[in-house]
Structures are given as structure tokens and as C-alpha cells.
Ligand binder design. Structure first.
Ligand code: AP5
Length: 218
């Protein structure tokens, strides 16, 4: 199963992608997580990506494509994957379509998690991320058991640099300009499905499972 998660920053793509990965036993591939892991390790890729991420801009397609094509070569991708944050531009989507076509393959679904901008801005200010393992929480909707500490590894939780309100506004503009056109792109292939991302996390997940198991109401 090959699934793409679409949606604005903070729509809940990562939250849902993790659950999909667990349920169907496929890897969750987040380009944002890969860039942040590289930054933490101090690699040249991570340092280069930081220049763009801190401003809320996109990392150039050439860097992103090299990284993701490398990731697809990993044996854990043999039975598919759930992509979170990739593709994010039309050239990235076209590169993915072409790479899959070489193996007579295609994505199964592009799932758009639909959330209006005003809800996004509130959500992002409440998101907290673990400095160690990258797990994410929300101070109201998905609070950690101990305030400020990760449930999984116990490390500190922080507000990501790019979750500050001024950067979130820029990420939303970049999303509308460069990523939203992917909705039409995948609609054109009959692959697009939409879920209401303003519902509770478990309801959003149920709607996604219905789509993946072909039970959605048409
Ligand atoms: P990335 O890490 O991919 O960030 P993003 O797409 O902006 O998405 P987020 O991770 O911020 O949000 P999400 O939709 O996953 O929401 P989440 O589940 O956490 O990318 C960061 C940067 O890296 C980019 O800006 C860019 O610079 C670069 N980059 C990455 N990929 C790239 C690419 N392909 N090309 C170029 N550059 C790239 O949820 C958000 C919050 O809401 C959480 O606190 C969560 O607990 C809460 N929440 C989730 N669902 C619900 C719900 N239903 N109700 C209430 N709260 C909820």
C-alpha cells in the first residue's frame, strides 16, 4: 500500500500517518523528520535544510528528491509506505509518479486532511515536540502524561522553531502556493480522497481506514 498524506502544516498528517503505519505495518516516511534528524546529527544536509525550515520555506526539490529516492531503496519499503510531507511541489509529485511508473507501479491514495487556516494557527501554538525522539504532543488535545516530558523517552518537549506564529503564517502561504496544487494533480489521477481534519483524532483515523478499506461513502 502506497499512501500520500496531503494537508496544510499542522493539519494532522504526522499524527494520522503514524497510526496508519502501525495498523498496516508499513514505514512512515516524513521528510520533515528526516531533515530534523539530519540537523540533530549535524550533517551538511541538515544544516542546509535548516536555512529554509527556520524561515518556513521549502527545502529545494533537488535536495529533497535525492533524500527520498535514497529512502525508497531501503528494503522496508518493499510493501509500501505512508508519505508525510512528500511530495510538496508539482515537480516532486511528477518525480514520484515517474519513479513508480518505472516499476509499473502507482500510489494507491493521496489523502487530504482538510483543516482551515484559523484552526491551524491555534493548533501549532499548542504543539510540543520531543527534543530526543521527535514524538509530538498537543498541550490540550494530546497532552503528555507528565507536563513538558516525552511519554516515550522522558526527554524535554519544546515548541519547534518553525511553530512560532510568524513562521506558521509563512508556512501556510507556502502551502497554498506550492503544495495545494497537488490536490488537483492527484484528483486528476482519481487518487484523491479528503477527510475532515477538524474532527477528533480517532474519528479522522476511522475515516481514513474506511477509505483504505474501500468503505467510504462515495
Ligand atoms: P514537516 O515536518 O513536514 O511539517 P509540516 O508539513 O508543516 O507538517 P507538520 O509536521 O507541522 O504538521 P502535521 O500535519 O504533521 O501535523 P501534526 O500531526 O504534527 O516539514 C517541516 C519543514 O521541513 C517544511 O516547512 C520544509 O521547510 C521542510 N520540508 C519537509 N518536507 C519537505 C519537502 N517534501 N520539500 C521541501 N521541504 C520540505 O499535528 C499538529 C498538532 O495538532 C499536534 O500538536 C497534534 O497533536 C495536533 N492534532 C493533530 N490532529 C488533531 C486533531 N484531529 N484535533 C486536534 N489536534 C490535533
Amino acid at each position: 500500500m502506497k499512501i500520500i498524506m496531503l494537508g496544510a502544516p499542522g493539519a494532522g498528517k504526522g499524527t494520522q500517518a503514524k497510526k496508519i503505519a502501525e495498523k498496516y505495518g508499513i514505514p512512515h516516511i516524513s521528510t520533515g523528520d528526516i531533515f530534523r534528524a539530519n540537523l540533530k546529527a549535524g550533517t551538511p544536509l541538515g544544516l542546509k535544510a535548516k536555512e529554509y525550515m527556520d524561515k518556513g520555506a521549502l527545502v529545494p526539490d533537488s535536495l529533497t528528491l535525492e533524500l527520498i529516492m535514497d529512502r525508497f531503496a531501503n528494503p522496508d519499503c518493499a510493501n509500501g509506505y505512508v508519505l508525510d510531507g512528500f511530495p510538496r511541489t508539482i515537480p516532486q509529485a511528477e518525480a514520484l509518479t515517474e519513479a513508480l511508473k518505472k516499476n509499473n507501479d502507482e500510489v494507491d491514495y493521496a489523502i487530504d486532511v482538510d483543516v482551515p487556516d484559523e484552526v491551524i494557527v491555534n493548533r501549532m501554538s499548542g504543539r510540543r515536540a520531543c527534543v530526543n525522539c521527535g514524538a509530538t504532543y498537543h498541550i490540550v488535545f494530546n497532552a503528555p502524561k507528565v507536563e513538558g516530558k516525552c511519554d516515550t523517552c522522558g526527554a524535554d518537549l519544546i515548541l519547534r522553531n518553525d511553530d512560532k506564529p510568524e513562521t506558521v503564517q509563512n508556512r501556510l502561504s507556502v502551502y497554498h502556493e506550492q503544495t495545494q496544487p497537488l490536490i488537483d494533480y492527484y484528483n486528476g489521477f482519481g487518487k484523491l480522497r479528503s477527510v475532515d481534519g477538524t474532527k477528533e483524532m480517532s474519528e479522522v483515523f476511522d475515516a481514513i481506514v474506511d477509505i483504505l478499506e474501500n468503505k467510504e461513502s462515495k
